[in-house]
Design a protein around this ligand. Structure first.
Ligand SMILES: [Zn+2]
Length: 340
């Protein structure tokens, strides 16, 4: 731009080569319009989200997205055409399902509690998985300060972040809470001869749980695991899968773990997921939590909830609409007999 007899150049023009043009005397003649030029940064914002829940402070912390391949390999039930439509209706690709991995850290004022741990010890090459320690650091949380690790179940991507490559504990001062049935199932030698999917989780459990053997606490259905945290046994996805209702100062949320891996399961809960230990069952139970309370899930961006007071995100309406008719916690008669 020109003011009076002086000519000014923006930083962008100078960076893009206009300075060279100036030096060569081209300004004002046939100079090509400047284009922005900057190095690719290839970085994102820190992967955590913090919010208040009653008197508790909750921080959702990412272990990084987990790509698991074509939808047809993960979901069973719908025709290929219907499955493609379900996925693409959400503007998602069908050739590679990408699962979020969002652990939850709860600061109760007395304790620091981590729900699920990601897959640091078995992180996949060429993916961003296994980044929970980095995300914790970005959130200002030292793994040494974690008092309790509470597991929804012991699949590869939930208990796989409890030790590092060297086998040492990532959370050296934590007690570990889980269902005994999951522990027994996944450490059973039979699992090492089962399907490749089961073998992977079995090997991961064997790597991650024994280093905490002197710190394991087996929980029971309905038990107040820690102050303000109640276990809701939701078998199906695994035999010991457990959701947790977290309550403080009149507010509650439910951490539903792997009840539903993907948004399409809110719409079509009868769809079977390849990783379910007992197919076609998980949904009937754990969806109940979402009916009664806002829900935080391992697979959704930060918090999925039904209440507008909680700042609902995209999935909230779907959770409410799809779970309410299937409530199995409020309406015990609706519970699947096969899952009792
Ligand atoms: Zn799972």
């Amino acid at each position: 731009m020109t003011v009076g007899t002086r000519t000014f150049f923006s930083r962008r023009q100078l960076l893009s080569g206009s300075s060279a043009a100036l030096a060569s005397g081209m300004i004002g003649s046939s100079a090509v319009p400047a284009l922005a030029k900057a190095p690719m940064l290839n970085t994102q914002a820190p992967s955590f989200y913090r919010f208040k829940m009653g008197d508790f402070e909750a921080t959702v912390v990412s272990d990084g997205p987990l790509p698991i391949g074509p939808a047809a390999r993960t979901f069973r039930g719908p025709s290929p055409q219907d499955l493609d439509r379900l996925i693409t209706d959400h503007f998602l690709p069908t050739d590679n399902v990408v699962l979020d991995q969002n652990a939850l850290v709860l600061n109760t004022g007395d304790r620091l509690i981590l729900f699920d741990t990601g897959m640091l010890s078995v992180k996949r090459p060429n993916t961003a998985t296994g980044r929970l320690p980095i995300s914790l650091q970005q959130a200002g949380i030292d793994p040494k300060d974690i008092d309790a690790v509470v597991l929804t179940h012991t699949h590869i991507d939930h208990c796989g972040g409890m030790v590092g490559d060297d086998g040492n504990r990532i959370f050296p001062n934590a007690q570990v809470y889980l269902q005994e049935s999951d522990f027994n199932y996944w450490l059973d030698d039979k699992r090492l001869e089962a399907s490749p999917v089961e073998q992977g989780s079995a090997r991961t459990a064997r790597k991650n749980l024994p280093p905490y053997r002197d710190r394991l606490v087996f929980i029971k259905e309905g038990q107040e695991v820690l102050p303000g945290i109640h276990a809701v046994h939701t078998p199906g996805h695994t035999v010991g899968h457990t959701a947790y209702v977290i309550s403080s100062a009149g507010k509650s949320i439910c951490f539903i773990g792997d009840v539903a891996h993907h948004v399409i399961l809110f719409e079509q809960p009868q769809i079977e997921v390849n990783f379910d230990t007992i197919l076609n069952r998980a949904w009937n139970l754990a969806s109940s939590c979402s009916t009664c309370w806002p829900a935080s899930g391992y697979r959704y961006w930060f918090i999925t909830c039904r209440g507008p007071e909680s700042g609902s995100l995209q999935s909230a309406a779907t959770v409410s609409a799809m779970c309410r008719p299937q409530c199995s916690l409020c309406c015990r008669s609706a519970r699947s007999p096969a899952a009792e």
